[in-house]
Design a protein around this ligand. Structure first.
Ligand SMILES: *Cc1c(COP(=O)(O)O)cnc(C)c1O
Length: 404
């Protein structure tokens, strides 16, 4: 087997479809978000980042940075082991308490990332619950899909955000089957929000467990940043809430929050939790500071939503087509893989604006887009510059405008 030739052929296929991934090399600068340095060979330039998942700029918040400096000096660099073998630091335990409190659950459990938390939890549930069938929203994130696959449990996909379809599928299964409904609150590519209450009503009718990924909502919605379920007063009806510390909280790591027994079960049986080095104490200290701040401060959430409204209305006025969404995610629809990549390149090179193009398989073909994530730190001038640049490129590419 000529492995090198095989890899080249596979990569060429990606190039031909305009979906070969090119990483933009940045240097984030604490104190200047959303500005960053961009490295391109010999060239270094300033760019404004418009596609970060550090939605609120918490990655540079003074309280977060101070807490992380403190933990570094106190504890040193790493955790020193798996959670079971010397790696459980005092502040892992404090962070898990903060997270349980955030979601009004009895307990919480940390993982090295949100991806791992989904993969390990769903994998462990599906593999250990007898007669299990997992109902998965068709828009679910790769980490849930992989976890379900890994579990080898039966999987059924229900139509995106469609409680009636979920009800129809669940009705095919008798009471002897154990049922788990897995879905997200905010879907990150379209920015749409699940009808959580309706999905819970269907799940309750069929006595199904519910698993909600709030990765794109924690820190951002609800009076204490508990997510959409907090905002809608539904947290107590959900079996498991899963989240990340890497997006709105600005750091890294993932978690689940559930009953004491549930968490103890995952803690005791999930390979992806047990056999890996615990998060560095520096990371957990930063996360504690970030969560505590966002539990009480409404400023970032309010300003975030105001920036989103402002950008949306400015784009609308220019006829730049966006997917209407009730969340903070603003998808600008190009609907052509080559043009999407081209616009993104020109924005970066000529306008100093960085928005990563989103192509297949992250989104369906012909729905290629620029996924824009305004933050509380983007100024009016930033918005003006972005809208002006997009409007010029829309004309150059002869892309259709929406009728205002
Ligand atoms: C990003 C993401 C994850 C993974 O979280 P990480 O902490 O980045 O690993 C899980 N679910 C969804 C919906 C995501 O978008």
């Amino acid at each position: 087997m000529n492995f090198e030739a095989l890899f080249t052929a596979k990569l060429n296929g990606l190039h031909e479809e305009h979906r070969y991934r090119v990483f933009t090399e940045l240097e984030r600068r604490a104190g200047s978000f959303p500005r960053a340095k961009r490295y391109a060979g010999e060239n270094v330039s300033d760019v404004t980042v418009w596609c970060s998942n550090d939605y609120l700029g918490m990655g540079q918040h003074p309280k977060v940075i101070e807490a992380m400096h403190g933990a570094l000096d106190l504890c040193g660099a790493g955790a020193g082991g798996t959670r079971n073998i010397s790696g459980t630091n005092h502040n892992h335990v404090i962070l898990e308490r903060e997270l349980a409190d955030l979601h009004a659950k009895e307990a919480a459990l940390l993982f090295t990332s949100g991806y791992v938390s989904n993969w390990a939890t769903l994998g462990t549930l599906g593999a250990n619950i007898p007669n299990c069938v997992i109902l998965s929203d068709e828009g679910n994130h790769a980490s849930m899909i992989e976890g379900i696959r890994h579990s080898r449990a039966e999987k059924r996909i229900f139509k995106h955000n469609d409680p009636a379809d979920l009800d129809r599928i669940l009705s095919e299964y008798g009471p002897e089957r154990s049922k788990i409904v897995a879905f997200e609150s905010v879907y990150s590519m379209d920015g749409d929000i699940a009808p959580i209450g309706e999905i819970l009503a269907v799940a309750e009718k069929h006595r199904a467990m519910t698993y909600l990924d709030e990765v794109h909502a924690v820190g951002l919605y609800g009076p204490r940043g508990g997510g959409i379920a907090e905002r809608e007063g539904l947290m107590d009806r959900i079996t498991v809430i899963e989240g990340t510390l890497g997006k709105a909280f600005g750091i890294a790591g993932g978690y689940i929050a559930a009953s004491t027994n549930f968490v103890d079960f995952i803690r005791s049986f999930a390979s992806g939790f047990i056999f890996t080095t615990a998060l560095p104490p520096v990371v957990t200290a930063g996360a504690i500071a970030s969560i505590r701040h966002l539990k009480v401060s409404q400023f970032e959430r309010a300003r975030h939503q105001e920036r989103v409204r402002k950008l949306r209305s400015r784009l609308e006025a220019k006829g730049i087509p966006t997917l209407p969404s009730p969340s903070h995610i603003v998808p600008v629809m190009v609907c052509d893989a080559a043009k999407c990549k081209w616009i993104s390149d020109i924005l970066l090179d000529r306008y100093g604006i960085y928005i990563q193009p989103i192509n297949y398989p992250t989104v369906p073909r012909k729905t290629e887009r620029l996924r824009i994530t305004p933050s509380p730190l983007h100024t009016d001038a930033d918005i003006d510059h972005l809208v002006h640049a997009l409007s010029e490129l829309w004309s150059q590419c002869a892309l259709t405008r929406a009728v205002a």
